[in-house]
Design a protein around this ligand. Structure first.
Ligand code: 5GP
Ligand code: ZN
Length: 142
């Protein structure tokens, strides 16, 4: 289960220190060492899985099932006015640690440190085009 050179596996095992928020048989949650905003938390499965592609459905279910209560706790303590969940996969998307993790990022204002540039291209993607893309993906779901 454990991956030898994995930072987060070492954190789960207590070989490396972390500021733990939550732990049970399936999931471990701790403070991100580089806080984007106060309360920025990482939630990880105890089973080593590299990214979303490699994650079995049961591991994903257990992981996501814990997120609402951790988010509620952050909300209770810090009263953010918003909250983002983020999961980066592969280097281009910003993944730096290759053990699946969900970032919980409480939001306190437009200039709170978190920025997600999001450019939409509605003209390019007609309904016809969307149907075509959906068909391709639908056909590939196993
Ligand atoms: P990623 O960029 O892969 O989506 O997120 C990895 C996160 O892990 C980063 O936000 C980074 O700050 C955090 N991180 C990296 N090393 C450590 C560490 O040793 N301890 C903790 N608590 N967080 C870490
Ligand atoms: Zn790992």
């Amino acid at each position: 289960m454990k991956h030898d050179d994995c930072l987060f596996c070492k954190i789960i095992d207590g070989e490396l220190p972390s500021a733990k928020v939550y732990e049970d048989d399936h999931v471990y949650a701790f403070m991100d060492i580089s806080q984007v905003t106060t309360g920025h938390t990482l939630v990880i499965p105890k089973v080593h899985t590299r990214d979303i592609y490699e994650t079995p459905a049961d591991v994903a279910s257990e992981l996501f099932a814990r997120i609402p209560k951790i988010a509620q706790a952050i909300k209770k303590v810090y009263n953010p006015i918003g909250l983002n969940l983020l999961n980066n996969n592969e280097i281009l998307a910003g993944q730096t640690v290759f053990h699946l993790h969900i970032h919980i990022i409480p939001r306190y204002g437009e200039d709170d440190g978190f920025d997600l540039k999001w450019v939409t291209r509605n003209d390019e993607f007609t309904m016809e085009k969307l149907e075509e893309i959906a068909e391709k993906i639908k056909g590939a779901i196993e």
